[in-house]
Write a protein that binds this ligand. Structure first.
Ligand code: IOT
Ligand code: MG
Length: 530
């Protein structure tokens, strides 16, 4: 009998000591003043004040983590997130770091090899490095922007945070290596794979890249590519698992592969979600039974999935309704689970072109993948706040740097082969999974859980005509973003009905037939009942 919720007694919360931060970096030599009350982090966990030479602010830590001050004093590094392949990293750098933490390793890489040291790091992190000399600090992101990092300039000081909602202020200084944050004037997001050097008051800001996606494509034989992919993916999974970890398993090949590889090193828990509208329970169970996991099914009401909207927007801090729609079912699931280290199959479809299953031309597929990769570092769909709001630490093996390097260096003919999409991944793990899973057609998370249709139905009930649903989703997400990011309303306090009505009326996306009846702005579902 498969239990329907993960039982708390098998859960070991495990994740990096620092899950988020909001700090002020002073001009050279000046320690900024304390920032008053703690910022409005959505990430949950103990919030601790931190201060070091030239840096002051707040950090959200893991449940049992020590205050970050001691590590900051020793390393000069404030690190949110974690590194992978640590042994190889240390072997490559040589010498001995001052301590065991990942912040110590980052400091060791920087002090020993400078910029070259930062180009070695494979992890999921955002860091502030107190660089010394005439520089106030270095802001560093991982290759994929896996931990979003925001910066706002303010009269010679810099406010830096892992959540945009924690920041205000803008003195108009140009900041290379960043992009404006949607609907948050003055707050800029550091691009992925970037180091931004924040100087003293008058100096210009400089930035430099730490990684670029390969532009070449390899002619390696198809079967060799598949063997190599299994190797790097196995490493990525092995270096991400931890005590009590769980894989969120849809039953598709992406999360199926993560599950099968995790099961080579531990007995993972697997968790699959569905709603009363739709589920993929049979497909997930086939994987769980084949590889031997501790499997759990969670059935949510589809109303709970659409109600996750403010949480999804507050966590990812984005206005892209399509991406928010992918996140809804996962966010709804994460709300139900006790704090857990989670592995996902998220992101596999981006380098493999899996979202374009109708695409039959390798020429077009290569261009599409290249274009999507160029934007992915600011979409925040893999942000740790997605999960961190409920105390989880979720990590995504397909966005390991070595997996990405391999997948992005393959020509589209290895991804679309003999009429099969995502061919190289399917071939890589065919022997690890039931045949039906390895060659299962892609079903998006928003389709398999019924959340896409549930959100559409909710909008239709608010009077949105069928041909305006996509525009309505965009308007609702933008209005929601204004609430939870710009105005810092907690997602639990958002009145979703009121938000729908305001967003839809102000953009005239409700049905004009209903508006013609003279109904005043308010939940249309009530106005039309009976
Ligand atoms: P999809 O690939 O279906 O799901 C992403 C991950 O969410 C899965 O690998 C799995 O770990 C988890 N998951 C999905 N469904 C369930 C479920 N029912 N129960 C438990 N866990 C589940 C969209 C998508 O279709 O997700 N994600 C794409 C990329 C988005 C496009 N972004 C972009 N172009 N920037 C992806 O690559 O994952
Ligand atoms: Mg997928």
């Amino acid at each position: 009998m498969i239990p329907d919720v993960a039982t708390p007694d098998v859960v070991t919360p495990d994740g990096p000591p620092v899950r988020g931060f909001a700090v002020t970096v002073g001009d050279s030599g000046t320690a900024p003043a304390a920032g008053g009350c703690a910022p409005a982090f959505l990430t949950t966990g103990p919030v601790r004040e931190i201060a070091g030479a030239g840096l002051r602010g707040w950090a959200v830590t893991g449940p049992d983590a020590a205050a970050p001050d001691a590590a900051l004093a020793r390393t000069g590094v404030l690190l949110c997130g974690e590194l992978y392949h640590r042994d190889r990293l240390l072997d490559t750098i040589g010498g001995e770091p001052d301590g065991d933490s990942d912040a110590d390793l980052v400091a060791h890489a920087w002090r020993t090899l400078g910029r070259g040291g930062l180009r070695l790091l494979n992890g999921r992190f955002a860091a502030v490095i107190l660089a010394g000399g005439d520089r106030a600090a270095l802001l560093v992101t991982d290759h994929a922007g896996g931990v979003p990092l925001f910066v706002a300039a303010d009269r010679g000081r810099w406010h830096v945070a892992t959540e945009a909602k924690c920041l205000r202020g803008d003195d108009g200084r140009p900041v290379p290596g960043t992009r404006p944050t949607p609907r948050r004037p003055g707050v800029r997001q550091v691009r992925g794979a970037t180091a931004v050097e924040l100087p003293g008051v008058a100096e210009p800001v400089r930035s430099w890249p730490t990684w670029t996606p390969p532009q070449h494509r390899s002619t390696v034989a198809a079967d060799v590519a598949a063997v190599r992919l299994r190797g790097v993916l196995d490493d990525a999974v092995r270096t991400r698992i931890g005590p009590g970890c769980a894989v969120v398993l849809s039953g598709g090949v992406d999360s199926g592969a993560v599950t099968a590889l995790a099961a080579r090193h531990t007995t993972p828990r697997t968790i699959t979600m569905g709603t009363e509208v739709a589920d993929e329970f049979a497909a997930a169970r086939a994987v769980a039974e084949h590889v031997g996991t501790d499997h759990h099914e969670v059935r949510l009401r589809s109303a709970d999935v659409t109600a996750a909207l403010p949480w999804a927007v507050a966590a990812a801090e984005i206005v892209d309704a399509e991406v928010v729609e992918y996140l809804l079912p996962l966010v709804a699931l994460y709300r139900r689970l006790p704090p857990t280290r989670l592995l996902t199959g998220y992101g596999a479809d981006i380098p493999l072109g899996g979202m374009h299953r109708q695409e039959r031309s390798p020429t077009t597929l290569d261009e599409t993948i290249t274009a999507e990769i160029a934007e992915v570092d600011v979409l925040n769909e893999m942000s740790p706040v997605v999960g961190g709001f409920a105390g989880h630490w979720a990590t995504h093996p397909y966005w390991d740097r070595e997996v990405l390097d391999l997948l992005l260096g393959l020509p589209a003919t290895r991804k679309l082969r003999d009429g099969t999409d995502k061919w190289v991944l399917r071939a890589a793990v065919a022997a690890d999974l039931p045949a039906a899973t390895a060659y299962r057609a892609k079903l998006g998370v928003h389709e398999g859980s019924g959340s896409q249709s549930a959100w559409t139905a909710a909008l239709r009930e608010h009077g949105v005509p069928a041909d305006a649903v996509a525009a309505a989703k965009t308007a609702v997400v933008a209005a929601c973003h204004d609430e939870v990011v710009a105005r810092r309303v907690h997602p639990a306090d958002v009145d979703l009905d009121a938000l729908y009505s305001t967003a839809l009326y102000s953009t005239a996306l409700h049905s004009t037939a209903l508006a013609g009846l003279g109904t005043v702005p308010g939940p249309l579902v009530e106005a039309t009942a009976g």
